[in-house]
Design a protein around this ligand. Structure first.
Ligand code: NAG
Ligand code: NAG
Ligand code: NAG
Ligand code: NAG
Ligand code: NAG
Ligand code: NAG
Ligand code: NAG
Ligand code: NAG
Ligand code: NAG
Length: 764
């Protein structure tokens, strides 16, 4: 006995010191793909096989593997935390296919939410009674169930086919779900392994939304109609999602840790569960690094969703405005860029002489009455430019500081300096007034143009007692031009597959108003006040994806038999390529006309998408043949499609896509590119269409035949299109990338117009 005890004591001491010293093995989380077809007979399910395999792995430090998730739909396999030696053992076992390292993704929103809560109309489109009976899964930061936008007033009971659930966790339980919010789950196992403190104070270990992002995206897509809402007494209005009668299921995969992060294995688990639960559509406003599609959890997960007829929309990313900055470029995903809307938030500035009233840009949320307040302009250049630590708190106390524009103005630094010095407010002359990067709602900032800055300088010269009046909280609707491509919106070409144009489409993503957790102060105002709001303005492609999933929900509801590719085609071929001034849609980053590499097929137009006339449809096999043509190995194809030894005898880069990317190689003078596409009639009657080409010089396009005749609904017709590009004298991309034309099918004696961009791209 004694002996055993002392031995036990010794060995446990030994074990302790063993752990405390360097011999404890490094561990990591891995996503492990398995070949389900070689499952040994005794195991009733793959899950039993995987967990048994895991428990058979040994390690020197005696720490057992931790199983995270077994995947059912998105892939064959599981995720687990393992040491390197355990991974080595696992990789030698029969049935192991390939292992991917855990990786982190990010939300595609700006990290600082932009203020506000002017209760104006939300959603650009009048709400129909569509969306009924559709279930939309949103993978995001969770949900604030108390928001009026998720009220189920008047909604019928939960559809019978729904298999989802409402998980309990920190400050969340099943009573938070209702007939609107019909499911809510949280996936944090992998992030917890990375030691993220999810259980507060920074987030909730439950479907409850801490950050607000998921509440915002969800209400944009499917928020219930909320009438007569107001914010601190400001303009009353109606808040409404794009598909207000659709049901919502939240899958929380993004957690707050300075920024919003997501682990690949958690995201895969969220998509897997959404498929299992029975969602009809999904939206993901996050992205992982653009690797080949097999290494990207959203590409892998959404392939399985697409196969089951689930529409998947994703944000294109906020890494613009340069080329090749796209995320979520897999062709079975609908990839959405961000555009501005025709609404601006302003402040009116009137100078003391009453001569000029300037419309500045401001999103300051409080109606400060600034009337005849002293306007401060420093005596020397540093003070005039509001350079770091140039302002004297006593000098600027109670005054509005004017910060001049010059060729080294850094507006953010100016804002910081004015706030540091504690002035009453500031007028900032900047050429970035159109840029959405101008945001600060926590201080009375007004951005004005350099020209208006000169006006103010003139006024300052004329008087020694300059004063100013400022009226905040002016919302102007119908501003022009709109939409424009947001500076931050990620641009094509598609990094991993330039043969498919990405982004697909543009949707509102700048200063979008949607629901927000009321318990979360959106911004500190002044020293000790903070504003809580139930509606907030955010910008990012994160905000545009839910618009598109909402529109897709309406389309799917109206056309139950359309595939996800048909829904996307309907949106793309009817998208707007001109703005509200009848000009080509501008790219804010250049101030000149954008190209399809910026806006895809154009800005989504929901009312037209309902009735596109024709669609370019795509079958599952077509996507696999596309992967074959990308020269993916049979292992990569298995990882994405769960098909073993796919034949790849029909490899084809020419997907039946509603847009055309002509991929050039350097150092060729003339390139001839051929496409073969099939159109399907989705109108209720026979029709004849004629092709019209719009092409820039240097691009010659021939369509054969140029007239297509369709019989009854769902009949098909095929055409070929040859594009000859003359790049003589140019050996590089400059001047060619983004050059574009359009192929437009006009219905003869009918109203349908089916437009596709033809754009020149280069492989990255
Ligand atoms: C769920 O939470 C609510 C509010 O926190 C509480 O009133 C209710 O009792 C809880 N229900 C269950 C089933 O735990
Ligand atoms: C998490 O914390 C544990 C305990 O402090 C530590 O052993 C482990 O290495 C940490 N894991 C990571 C990924 O940092
Ligand atoms: C969480 O934030 C900490 C501090 O910024 C950082 O060191 C850590 O890498 C982050 N973890 C993840 C998983 O992003
Ligand atoms: C703004 O002004 C700076 C300095 O003159 C200049 O470098 C920059 O290109 C301008 N930006 C825009 C968008 O006009
Ligand atoms: C910026 O402006 C200063 C003074 O106006 C001038 O001396 C300087 O050359 C300018 N720099 C550039 C890069 O234009
Ligand atoms: C666009 O974004 C880039 C990169 O973030 C930035 O340098 C540039 O100033 C922005 N342009 C405008 C007009 O906001
Ligand atoms: C795939 O491989 C073939 C044969 O080597 C090659 O001709 C083709 O260009 C490759 N395709 C891509 C997309 O790299
Ligand atoms: C392409 O055109 C340039 C200029 O016209 C000429 O110098 C070059 O030899 C041509 N290259 C080929 C491959 O034909
Ligand atoms: C094509 O030219 C661009 C520069 O214009 C260069 O960056 C790229 O690497 C070239 N691509 C190939 C495949 O040579």
């Amino acid at each position: 006995m004694e002996h055993i005890n002392s031995f036990y004591l010794l060995s446990s001491l030994f074990l302790l010191s063993h752990i405390a010293t360097s011999s404890m093995e490094q561990r990591g989380a891995y996503i492990i793909h398995m070949d389900k077809s070689v499952i040994p007979a005794p195991f009733p399910t793959p899950h039993h096989w995987y967990t048994s395999t895991l428990s058979s792995l040994t390690s020197k430090d005696g720490i057992a593997p931790i199983h995270l998730y077994t995947y059912k739909h998105v892939m064959d396999g599981f995720s687990a935390v393992l040491s390197k030696s355990q991974l080595n053992q696992l990789e030698k076992m029969p049935g192991h296919v390939v292992t991917y390292d855990e990786q982190l993704g990010q939300a595609h929103t700006t990290h600082t939410p932009k203020f506000l809560g002017l209760k104006k109309r939300a959603g650009l489109w009048p709400a129909g009674s569509f969306g009924d009976d559709m279930i939309v899964g949103i993978l995001d930061t969770g949900i604030y169930p108390e928001s009026e936008s998720f009220s189920d007033h008047g909604m019928p009971s939960v559809p019978q086919r729904w298999r989802g659930g409402c998980e309990s966790g920190t400050e969340f339980n099943s009573s938070n779900c209702n007939h609107k919010l019909i499911g809510a789950r949280s996936f944090s196992k992998a992030l917890k392994q990375l030691n993220l403190t999810i259980s507060g104070p920074d987030d909730y270990d439950s479907p409850r939304d801490f950050f607000g992002h998921g509440t915002h995206t969800s209400s944009t897509a499917v928020g219930s109609k909320v009438t007569d809402v107001d914010y601190f007494g400001y303009a009353k209005g109606t808040a409404i999602g794009i598909a207000p009668l659709a049901r919502l299921a939240m899958y929380k995969v993004l957690f707050y840790n300075d920024t919003l992060v997501s682990a690949a294995s958690d995201t895969l688990a969220g998509i897997d569960q959404a498929i299992e639960d029975g969602v009809d559509l999904m939206s993901l406003s996050l992205g992982f690094p653009e690797t080949t599609f097999d290494g990207n959890p959203i590409a892998v997960g959404s392939f399985a969703a697409m196969e089951k007829g689930i529409f998947v929309s994703c944000s294109a990313g906020n890494s613009g405005p340069h080329a090749y900055t796209m995320f979520n470029g897999a062709p079975w995903i609908t990839t959405v860029g961000a555009g501005t809307i025709d609404r601006e938030f302003l402040a009116y500035v009137t100078l003391g002489d009453g001569v000029a009233t300037i419309k500045g840009k401001s999103i300051y949320p409080m109606d400060l009455s600034i009337s005849h307040v002293s306007l401060y302009y420093g005596q020397d250049t540093n003070k005039q430019n509001c350079e770091d630590f140039s302002l004297d708190s006593i000098e600027v106390l109670g005054k509005i500081v004017f910060c001049a524009f010059n060729n080294r103005t850094r507006v953010r630094a100016q804002m910081k300096e004015v706030a540091r010095a504690g002035a009453k407010g500031a007028l900032l002359a900047t050429n970035l007034t159109k840029s959405t990067s101008f945001f600060a709602f926590n201080f009375p900032f007004v951005a004005i143009s350099p020209i208006e800055g000169e006006l103010i300088k003139d006024y300052l010269q004329k008087t020694s007692e300059a004063t100013v009046d400022i009226k905040f909280i002016i919302t102007e609707l119908g501003t022009k031009p709109a939409p424009q491509v947001a500076n931050f919106s990620s641009r094509g070409p598609n990094q991993r597959a330039p043969w498919v144009l990405k982004p697909d489409i543009l949707a509102p993503g700048v200063e979008v108003l949607a629901a927000w957790p009321l318990d979360k102060a959106i911004t500190p105002i002044g020293e000790d006040d903070s504003l809580n709001t139930d509606y907030a303005l955010l910008s990012g492609t994160s905000m545009s994806s839910p618009h598109v999933v909402g529109i897709a929900t309406l389309l799917k509801s109206a056309h139950r038999d359309w595939s996800s590719a048909a829904i996307r085609s309907a949106m793309m071929t009817t998208a707007d390529v001109i703005d509200n001034q009848n000009e080509q849609i501008l790219d804010i980053s250049t101030g000149t006309a954008g190209t399809p590499l910026d806006f895809g097929a154009g800005h989504v137009n929901p009312n037209k998408a309902v009735d596109p006339g024709l669609v370019y449809d795509i079958e599952v096999e077509d996507y696999i043949n596309f992967l074959c043509a990308l020269n993916y190995t049979s292992q990569q194809i298995k990882v994405i499609t769960r098909r073993s030894n796919y034949a790849c005898d029909q490899a084809n880069l020419d997907l039946n896509y509603p847009s055309f990317a002509v991929v050039l190689s350097n150092n060729t003078n003339t390139t001839t590119y051929s496409f073969k596409r099939v159109l399907t009639n989705v109108a209720n009657s026979d029709s004849v269409y004629r092709a019209v080409i719009w092409a820039p010089s240097g691009m010659e396009v021939v369509v054969e035949p140029s007239t297509l005749t369709f019989g009854s609904k769902y009949t098909k017709a095929e055409f070929t299109m040859k594009v000859v590009v003359d790049v003589a004298g140019h050996s590089t991309q400059s001047g060619y990338i983004g050059k574009h034309g359009y192929l437009i099918w006009y219905e003869i004696k009918g109203k349908h117009v089916v437009r596709s961009p033809i754009v020149l791209a280069f492989a990255p």
